[in-house]
Design a protein around this ligand. Sequence first.
Ligand SMILES: *Cc1c(COP(=O)(O)O)cnc(C)c1O
Length: 360
Amino acid sequence: MARVYNFSAGPAVLPEEVLREAAEEMLDYRGSGMSVMEMSHRSKTYQGILDEAEADLRELVGIPNDYSVLFLQGGASQQFAMIPMNLMKNRVADYIVTGQWAKKAWQEASKYGKANKIASSEDQTFSYIPDCSDLPVSADADYVYICENNTIYGTKFKTLPDTKGKNLVADVSSCFLSEPVDITKYGLMYGGVQKNIGPAGVVIVIIRKDLITEDVLPGTPTMLRYQIHADSGSLYNTPPAYGIYICGKVFKWIKKMGGLSAMKEHNEKKAAILYNYLDESRLFRGTVRREDRSLMNVPFVTGSEELDVAFVKAAKEAGFENLKGHRSVGGMRASIYNAMPVVGVEKLVAFMREFEAQTL
Ligand SMILES: *Cc1c(COP(=O)(O)O)cnc(C)c1O
């Protein structure tokens, strides 16, 4: 068996330990005589898996009791509609557009009310995070929306915007559990788990309880109401049961690794190895303003499209997979999520050095 170094932006690398454990439990989950995939979601065994996953996530992040944790389906993209349907009481919300995902969320929200784009970095291909210290936040805005880590462009909010008292809603899909967060600064935080936590198909929503109300936009489907899922403990209907089980294993792995501050240290170490090389390289360069660089997604280019293609091909042959940049930006992108080991980044940089020496 040969595992590659997988730099995919998502679905992405998972801890090998987690995969091995899941493999061991595949046919017979802890004496139940069946796989978690085959189990009733109403069984005591599955309830235990779900409860433990929630408890571990609460402990890892430090989620206070006035927040609900919901394990939902539909990916991050479903939240683009679910958020306005549930939270846009005044039919007004402010969006900070720092990339394709934020733009899609903004466009979707526009279907339900007045979605104001109060800041954007589209003028420079989303290569930076705009100054959000004094934005024209709407007086009647129901929330201010950000995409905290921009998976495609490789930027990250290092300081949260001043929302002037409005609830902050954040898409954290690609930086979920990558470093400590103060959840009390958010009204709602959500992430598709296939970037940093688990298998595609699960989206985790952490929402302050006072935002969960019956007062949703007319016509909101039952399945898209937070209250329905909160009242039923994420078991209104069959949840993405196996995916949640794997997420639970990843939470335990992060706990074992030392929690979110240890993750931050681990991620900073990897990012420094790659960014330091990009800054000294005569062939490759990063595409993002230095102070806004993501710890998770690192886009870079050579400046020549042919060389970019040649590099991605050579890298693949050497066992470094999925380094091609997003189709909207081109070049390369190395996603170095929690589960990417330091040695993976060290070997990638060694390979890049070699490629540079042979090219120049
Ligand atoms: C991948 C991604 C999405 C879309 O996720 P889906 O689960 O495919 O809907 C949304 N936001 C961000 C920040 C992402 O990285």
